[in-house]
Design a protein around this ligand. Structure first.
Ligand code: NAD
Ligand code: NA
Length: 396
């Protein structure tokens, strides 16, 4: 079929298999161009199909020749119905990894459930014996806790008082004011239950209990901080409480890994266009200004550049892992540079519908958004008939 974008707000209902494959190939080529990393050998990535998790899987495989198992929740493709982008990304990744002689298998289902954990543990046991890196990169609006059966829905709200600020509809370029009413205690607890560290710790406990973690194993989960500008809706809002919990969980997991001489980290990453971040009010305007400033300074990175740097210059240098005063790895260091933030803050004050095209990188935001779904990728002919039914070679 000929597949075109069908956009509804901050999601796109269709995705393009060849565009997704090209994105994956571009990421593979980037990692190869940066040279070998003396990194992990057997890797589990939870949330492996898009965004930072996909980049983590690609970096492990093509930077360190690692065997990888990916867990994700994606819609398979069917006749006349394109799959979700993560489905096509995984199909492409596993095709290229297997062609390169690398072990690459995956499990599609709810990573929060006992069932998917069981399936994953069995696969590791059967095929890899143990893993030496576990990347935890889930972004989800809801989670059913397998112990209580309760389904929690996360919310993106400020805490204490309403928050009013500028936001942009990145499709139309309309800059408007948005007001978000504050969360109640239940909202906070629910958001922490979904995006906090409880599930990460459940995974690590389960892996450890069955002796599936290698001596010296590492685990890493991803967090975000961002500037004062977005604090009320991000770091000091409900999602920030969840990130506080995730960051605290790293210490709890690190304690449990002591006897294995293992390590547990949170890495604070840069703000980027992903399916998760497009849904947060205010953030798209911030990102479009940030992109403009970072590109002008020659320090813009995407997910693959971020994660390649995380492995090569933080996690696998052979020495001590550099962390901040709270024990976190920072690859948001360039985003948070004073000169970058001062320029973004000044542009924020000025930003209007009329000038955003010029003072912000709205075009770059939009292109990145369409890229997530395999559209607007250079060199592809979107008029061409493509086979929408694609198999994931390593799907278990
Ligand atoms: P993403 O939406 O691109 O990826 C989410 C992944 O989780 C996908 O592989 C998806 O299939 C998987 N997933 C979601 N629900 C699942 C479930 N129930 N079971 C199994 N898999 C499931 O998101 P992302 O932006 O890469 O986010 C990953 C992490 O990075 C999050 O913790 C996020 O907060 C963090 N982070 C994001 C940014 C950003 O700007 N995007 C910045 C810093 C940190
Ligand atoms: Na991810």
């Amino acid at each position: 079929m000929i597949i075109t974008p069908r956009v509804r707000g901050f999601i796109c209902l269709t995705s393009h298999p060849e565009g997704c494959e090209q994105n994956v190939v571009n990421q593979i080529n980037y990692v190869k161009s940066k040279g070998a990393i003396d990194g992990p050998k057997k890797v589990l990535v939870i949330g492996a199909s898009t965004g930072f998790g996909l980049a983590s899987r690609i970096t492990a495989a093509f930077g360190s020749n690692a065997a990888t198992i990916g867990v994700y929740f994606e819609k398979p493709s069917a006749e006349g119905k394109p799959g979700s982008p993560g489905w096509y990304n995984t199909a492409a990744f596993e095709k290229h990894a297997q062609a390169a002689g690398l072990y690459a298998k995956s499990i599609n289902g709810d990573a929060f459930s006992d069932e998917i954990k069981r399936k994953t543990l069995d696969l590791i046991k059967a095929d890899l014996g143990q893993v030496d890196l576990v990347v935890y990169s889930l972004a989800s609006p809801r989670r059913t806790n397998p112990k209580t059966g309760v389904t929690h829905n996360s919310v993106l709200k400020p805490i204490g008082q309403p928050f009013t600020n500028k936001t942009v509809d990145f499709h139309t370029g309309n800059v408007t004011e948005v007001s978000i009413s504050p969360a109640n205690d239940e909202d906070i607890a629910n958001t922490v239950a979904v995006m906090g560290g409880e599930d990460w710790e459940m995974w690590m406990d389960a892996l450890k209990a069955e002796n599936l973690l290698a001596e010296g194993a590492t685990t890493v989960a991803y967090s975000y901080i961002g500037p004062a500008l977005t604090e009320p809706v991000y770091r000091k809002g409900t999602i920030g409480r969840a990130k506080d919990h995730l960051e605290a969980t790293a210490f709890s997991i690190a304690d449990k890994l002591k006897d294995l001489h293992g390590r547990a980290f949170v890495s604070v990453n840069k703000a980027l266009v992903t399916q998760a971040s497009s849904a947060i009010p205010v953030i798209p305007l911030y990102i479009s200004l940030l992109y403009k400033v970072m590109k002008a300074k020659g320090i813009h990175e995407g997910t693959i550049e971020q994660i390649q740097r995380l492995y090569q210059e933080r996690l696998y240098t052979g020495g001590e892992v550099p962390v901040d005063e709270k024990g976190r790895i920072r690859v948001d260091d360039w985003e948070m540079r004073d000169d970058v933030q001062a320029e973004v803050a000044a542009l924020w004050e000025q930003a209007t519908t009329e000038n955003l095209q010029e003072i912000g990188d709205l075009a770059g935001y939009r292109t990145d958004f369409f890229h997530l779904f395999g559209f607007e990728v250079d060199g592809l002919d979107y008029e061409k008939d493509v086979n929408e039914v694609v198999e994931v070679p390593g799907l278990v």
